[in-house]
Design a protein around this ligand. Structure first.
Ligand code: B12
Ligand code: SF4
Length: 514
């Protein structure tokens, strides 16, 4: 039996949709884009869900033709169900497997009242036949290039039931030519930062458990112009940005150029990268000088056999510690992501992993129960081995066991996952993982306690829209620490190279500002 820690009601159940509500007729040329509610894992931080918004909806919004009004609603911000006034002519909903049920309920509710509903997102890509009964039009794959065409077809009364997007450069244009996301529609108060940024698409890997390995998905690595990304970041007026790229480090030369250009802004940012970036410590130094305050690294497993089976081409686990030390040397915090339940994971995997995290002082760690996303090689293998326990997508959220593990029982896997979170969120573990540099300890502790030990507070903070205001001092402290650290890092190597130039231009900017 899996014992579940209970999340508060608002974090478990979506807001109610009034079945009797009568609405006005659809307002012409008015579109509403919706991110549906999903239940939150009580073991992890609730703060994670208000860090930064998904870029799916703002990317679509950025491609909306002139003359259209476009609204944004994220049900996870605890402000109730989507607004029905003015009643939208077109509703666009992003669908992931874990919130597909909610997305369909919203779609049905709006359609019953006369709106035209367009569904897009990862679940439409992997299970289109499941989504089509709930939509007037489906967008399979890339949506930005198709959205203007969909609105035109809608106005001309010739909307098609299905549109196929493509991530390949072609008739519909290049990735680099796509319009920037429209971030002004985002409620700024509700997120730590509304600067969700994306510079690249794809990844050089195709791990068997990753959504990038979904059958039929062709997503070559593509990059936006460096200057375009920097301009977008500056326009947000946010001091901190989060790159939501699958892997910002797949092309080291691009990451170097981007880091150098970002160094001009004096802002800080974090990004997901693979450990390969540490092949070249000089690249890591450029990232730090460019304002990189933290990286999210998918270590996945400390067992090489698990990585080999998933076909993840990455540094050997025996070399992880040395590489983490390189990131720390330049003051970059490491948020490690670990997956439990691979075929070579026995019941000792949890303790071993947590011990490793603590002894290498990872500032943050995220755990996932191995989850076979439909359409991936992992899903096909577990299905053919008869190991899937069910197809209740609500539970395919990496916080539940949905398959039979090889070397332990589903209960052992679940309990071990829950234990690992309890342990890394404990006072003892937070303290043990504190950074070595004394100046970094206080901001680290403040952030850790606010992020990891405030789940009782989060629903209140989110509902009362206090996220941005309360998080801001922590961001500012980190930014200041970074600016100071950059002096230190640039001082270590005043060769007259670009690294020192970035520092000097930053110094000049600060002097001008004061
Ligand atoms: C930001 C993010 C988050 C944020 C915000 C999530 C949210 N839904 O609000 C936070 C941190 C809260 C989060 C949490 C989680 N996430 Co998350 N997250 C991401 C991340 C990094 C970026 C998403 C994004 O902005 N992509 C960029 C946009 C532009 O791409 P896109 O969504 O595919 O949209 C394009 C098309 O799909 C299409 N499209 C999409 N929607 C629509 C709608 C319409 C109308 C149209 C026309 C087109 C269209 O057009 C878009 C442009 O081309 C992705 C990884 C990634 N890089 O994509 C993971 C990812 C989506 N997350 C994932 C997971 C598993 C989770 C969690 C369950 C993990 C956990 N246990 O905590 C939670 C729970 C959230 C949930 N149930 O979805 C998985 C989903 C796997 C799957 N097959 O569903 C991903 C893919 C990561 C991964 N590599 O496995 N996440
Ligand atoms: S390295 Fe990460 S983003 Fe790339 S394919 Fe593997 S899991 Fe996906």
């Amino acid at each position: 039996m899996q014992v579940h820690l209970e999340a508060p009601r608002a974090m478990r159940h979506p807001p109610e949709l009034d079945p009797l509500l009568r609405t006005s007729p659809p307002a012409p040329r008015h579109a509403l884009l919706i991110n549906p509610f999903y239940p939150k894992d009580p073991h992890a931080s609730f703060g994670k869900h208000v860090l930064t918004p998904t870029l799916a909806l703002t990317s679509i919004a950025g491609a909306t033709p002139p003359g259209w009004e476009v609204g944004y609603w994220d049900e996870n911000l605890l402000q109730g169900p989507p607004p029905a006034e003015p009643f939208p002519a077109v509703v666009g909903i992003t669908v992931h497997l874990t919130f597909a049920r909610r997305a369909f309920a919203l779609a049905d509710w709006f359609r019953e009242r006369g709106a035209t509903v367009v569904l897009g997102g990862l679940h439409v890509l992997s299970c289109p036949e499941e989504c089509s009964p709930h939509a007037d039009a489906l967008v399979v794959g890339e949506g930005v290039q198709l959205w203007p065409r969909i609105l035109r077809d809608f106005e001309a009364g010739r909307l098609r039931p299905r549109y196929e997007g493509s991530y390949l450069p072609g008739d519909l244009g290049e990735y680099a030519d796509e319009p920037p996301p429209l971030r002004r529609i985002l409620p700024r108060r509700d997120f730590l930062t509304t600067a969700s940024l994306i510079a690249t698409r794809g990844c050089h890997n195709r791990c068997g458990f990753c959504y990038l390995a979904t059958e039929g998905l062709k997503m070559p690595y593509q990059m936006r112009e460096v200057e375009d990304v920097v301009t977008q970041f500056e326009a947000t007026n946010e001091p901190y940005g989060v790159f939501i790229d699958n892997n910002l480090g797949s092309r080291p030369s691009y990451l170097r150029d981007l880091s150098r250009a970002l160094g001009r802004t004096g802002k800080i940012w974090s990004a997901a990268v693979t450990l390969d970036v540490t092949d070249d410590p000089d690249l890591v130094r450029d990232m730090a000088l460019g304002g990189c305050s933290g990286v999210f690294v998918g270590f996945e497993s400390l067992a090489g056999e698990n990585l080999a089976e998933a076909r993840k081409k990455s540094p050997r686990p025996a070399d992880y510690a040395r590489r983490v030390a390189i990131l720390h040397r330049y003051g970059i915090q490491v948020n490690g992501s670990f997956v439990f339940g691979f075929d070579h994971d026995g019941p000792d995997v949890f303790e071993r992993t947590v011990e490793w995290i603590e002894s290498n002082r990872l500032e943050c760690a995220t755990f996932h129960i191995l989850t076979p996303y439909p359409g991936t090689p992992l899903f096909r293998r577990l299905e053919s081995e008869g190991r899937l326990l069910h197809r209740d997508w609500d539970l395919y959220d990496t916080a539940h066991v949905v398959f039979r593990p090889r070397l332990m029982s589903p209960d052992e896997l679940y309990e071990g996952y829950a234990w690992a979170y309890r342990r890394v969120f404990s006072h003892r573990s937070i303290w043990r993982r504190r950074p070595e540099r004394p100046a970094a300890i206080l901001p680290y502790l403040g952030m850790s306690y606010f992020y990891k030990r405030s789940n009782r507070l989060w629903p209140f903070l989110i509902r009362h829209r206090l996220t941005h205001a309360l998080w801001r001092p922590f961001v500012e402290a980190s930014r200041r620490r970074y600016l100071a650290e950059r002096r230190h890092i640039a001082g270590l190597d005043r060769t007259g190279g670009i690294a020192a130039q970035a520092f000097r231009s930053q110094e000049m900017q600060e002097e001008r500002a004061s």
